[in-house]
Write a protein that binds this ligand. Structure first.
Ligand SMILES: C[S@@+](CC[C@H](N)C(=O)[O-])C[C@H]1O[C@@H](n2cnc3c(N)ncnc32)[C@H](O)[C@@H]1O
Length: 248
């Protein structure tokens, strides 16, 4: 395999949903070559054991609603280390371009004249439902899926998501970062015509020993998740496929 990381460059590595077995071969090679690895809280942190003993490991992990490293500071770290001629890996959970701010990091590097390479990752949006036995598409049930952030409640002026269009889309809805706002999201979808009997599922802590899946109709999924004490990271799947369970 060709060299993954060049001196003075940054490689965005998508690490997959957490299980190191779901990291790509190219991503693992980049981890092994890197002089510097900048990583988050989510992702295949066990893979860091594969880093060189002298590699600098920088944790910029964000805790939901807690302490975090501002994105501007992360960009500065990437640019600073690359300008020193080091081989820099930016490791994220899932895929860097799916709610991973990979685009902003690319812009910061490009503006600083730093070459960037992308190693895509297995996004949790598809893999975590799959690990729970839920295919995001299934012939005869749905002809597509939408991945949407539930970080901002539908009623919030900052929300740019057209929940009414999603309610009418007949597509599987995969909601990331939606646990906190699940009551509002479920209510908004129903207010816009999506039946309360639509199957839904919440999958928490995908790929870990604590992984669990809750299934309930849309009208009850928020209460069921709250009763179970579901906390992030979790993925919500809404649509006919949420009733399927292909896991043995
Ligand atoms: C900031 S987004 C990053 C998504 C990531 N870039 C990806 O492609 O999977 C974080 C959200 O992804 C979802 N997520 C990521 N890993 C997960 C996992 N192992 N189990 C459940 N949800 C996960 C959760 O909704 C979490 O709040």
């Amino acid at each position: 395999m060709e060299q993954q990381v060049i001196a003075g460059g940054v490689v965005l590595v998508g690490g997959g949903p957490g299980d190191p077995g779901l990291m790509t071969v190219a991503g693992l090679a980049a981890i092994r070559e890197a002089d510097v690895i900048v990583h988050d809280r989510l992702g295949p942190l066990e893979c860091l054991a594969e880093a060189r003993a002298d590699a600098e490991i920088i944790n910029v992990g964000k805790i939901p609603r807690g302490e975090f490293t501002p994105q501007e500071r992360i960009n500065e770290v990437l640019v600073d280390r690359a300008k020193q001629g080091l081989r820099v890996v930016r490791l994220k959970g899932g895929d860097n371009f799916v709610f991973g701010r990979g685009g902003e990091e690319c812009v910061a590097c490009h503006d600083a004249g730093i070459p960037v390479r992308i190693i895509p990752g297995v996004t949790s949006a598809v893999s975590v439902p799959a690990l729970a036995g839920i295919p995001v598409t299934h012939r005869g049930l749905t002809q597509g899926f939408v991945v949407v952030s539930g970080h901002v409640p539908p009623s919030d002026p900052r929300s740019e998501v057209n929940w009414a269009a999603l309610a009418a889309s007949n597509l599987t809805l995969v909601v990331l970062m939606g646990v906190q706002n699940l009551p509002d999201i479920a209510a908004e979808l129903q207010a816009n015509g999506l039946s309360g009997s639509t199957p839904a599922a919440v999958i928490a802590d995908g790929t870990t020993a604590q992984q669990r899946t809750l299934r309930a109709p849309l009208e009850r999924i928020a209460a069921v998740a709250a009763d179970d004490g579901i906390r992030p990271p979790a993925i919500v799947v809404i649509g006919q496929v949420a009733e399927l369970d292909f896991e043995d």
